[in-house]
Design a protein around this ligand. Structure first.
Ligand code: ADP
Ligand code: K
Ligand code: ZN
Length: 432
């Protein structure tokens, strides 16, 4: 099977018609049922009748994470609580958690979106999918789980952590796919090697990796470690959870399920729409959600959209890899730095292991950035000279990319903390 649903290949006209119909319905619903949106629209001087097509999307008000917090926990829900069958909460990477809810139809839609992803990754009901995202309030585990069952695959609900057990099940259950963060995949691979197990020796064919930013260099590292296809999956709890966008076999941008979540790219400073193809902040409008249909939700994720059709035949709009969250962007002496830029350099250095952390501090009123990278096993037994040479090499590479002098410290193997979920790449020592 090539696609899970026909909608994935709708012609542009068909898609626009569907988007228009769904947007109008959503705007009417929130205007009537969510006082927050009613007020916001009034402030902007618009009524539901002013939204006549998908082109009117930009007339609508934005929604910020803070708006969810201000209406904690259920204040933005558009249905009575008796219709809500599930609650999740964001992991709170950047502050207070926010609560999201789903109706029965929302869960069904989510399962379909996940099944679209799995199908694009070449997975079917014949596969055994080991779900190593955390189960619980975080959307990763249950999102991947329900979608996997819906696909008909054999689902192994091990959740995150418990790395020895993960490895045991990979070997004994014959899992053909694993769903986890890319940083956790790396950790599992490393643990296998430490246990004397070849990570390429299992039945694993596909990795379903997301929930945190990662680079193409990281993809290559993971693919060669396990001998698998490492597929990207993107999502956020406010919009749904995993399955908002996914790689197809061409791995050239992620297809957004834009018959359900309509993307826009804005300039984060002015909130104006960016010209086609330019990078900016990703914004989503949910046009089919019942419990929490957010309008123009600002994700703070930075990327760009591709409008050209994809060779796979899907007409779903593509987005580039997330270069970072605007919350994660460091401004060091006036230069914007994303951890992913540093990752892409480090992973090209033969002597460096793919484990790193960025230490930000403020010294004499100047922001400073130090990059700590693990040396590959064996390097520390060499002369100090070679350590210095590698540090210098990375420093130079970073300088030519960023125009910024960054202090690089090669640290001993296995000294940087490993992650079983979302990796923490930045240690910020500045006083807030
Ligand atoms: P939190 O905001 O607390 O981390 P979520 O668990 O909803 O809550 O995380 C969603 C965020 O995770 C996204 O907004 C994005 O920043 C990040 N993310 C998810 N998937 C990917 C991916 N494939 N690539 C890059 N970033 C991702
Ligand atoms: K099955
Ligand atoms: Zn494609």
């Amino acid at each position: 099977m090539k696609y899970w649903q026909e909608e994935e290949t709708y012609s542009l006209e068909q898609k626009r018609a569907v988007q228009t119909e769904r947007l109008i319905k959503t705007v009417n619903r929130v205007y009537e049922n969510v006082p927050f949106y009613h007020e916001k629209m009034k402030e902007l001087g618009i009524e539901p009748g002013d939204i006549k097509s998908i082109d009117d999307l930009s007339k609508l008000p934005f929604t910020n994470k803070q708006d969810l917090r201000d209406h904690y926990p259920y204040g933005l829900f558009a249905v009575p609580m008796e219709e809500v069958v599930r609650i999740h909460a964001s992991s709170g990477t950047t502050g207070q958690p926010t609560v999201v809810g789903y109706t029965k139809n929302d869960i069904e839609m989510w399962q379909n979106m996940m099944a679209r992803c799995y199908t694009a990754y070449g997975l079917t009901k014949k596969d055994i999918i080991q779900v190593a995202y955390g189960y619980g309030l975080f959307t990763g585990g249950l999102g991947a789980h329900y979608g996997s069952e819906y696909l008909g695959a054999t689902t192994v609900p091990i959740s995150g952590g418990n790395t020895k057990k993960q490895i045991q099940l990979l070997q004994e259950f014959g899992s053909t796919a694993i769903a986890c963060t890319p940083s956790y995949a790396l950790y599992i691979g490393e643990s296998m090697k430490n246990m004397g197990i070849d990570p390429r020796s299992t039945n694993l064919r596909v990795g379903i990796f997301g929930a945190e930013p990662w680079t193409d260099e990281m993809r290559e590292t993971i693919e060669s470690t396990f001998g698998i296809e490492a597929m990207n999956i993107y999502g956020l709890s406010e919009i749904m959870g995993p399955g908002v966008a996914f790689d197809c076999q061409h791995k050239h941008g992620l297809h957004i399920n834009d018959d359900h979540f309509v993307p826009e790219i804005i300039n984060p400073d002015t909130t104006e729409l960016m010209p086609n193809g330019e990078e900016g902040e990703l914004v989503f409008t949910c046009i089919t959600k019942e419990a929490l249909p957010l309008l123009r939700y600002r994700t703070h994720d930075v990327t760009k959209l591709y409008t050209k059709p994809c060779a796979c035949g899907r007409t779903l709009t593509r987005m580039g890899r997330i270069t970072g969250r605007s919350d994660d962007m460091l401004i060091i002496r006036g230069v914007n730095v994303f951890p992913s830029q540093i990752e892409s350099i480090i992973l090209k250095v033969a002597e460096a292991a793919p484990h790193y952390v960025l230490i930000v501090d403020r010294i004499n009123n100047l922001d400073t950035l130090e990059v700590w990278v693990e040396a590959k096993e064996g390097l520390f037994t060499d002369a100090i000279k070679s350590l210095e040479r590698v540090e210098k090499h990375i420093t130079n590479e970073l300088f030519s990319l960023l125009g910024l002098h960054v202090r690089v410290r090669l640290v001993e193997p296995r000294t940087i903390e490993r992650s079983e979920g979302k990796a923490k790449r930045i240690i910020d020592k500045r006083q807030k």
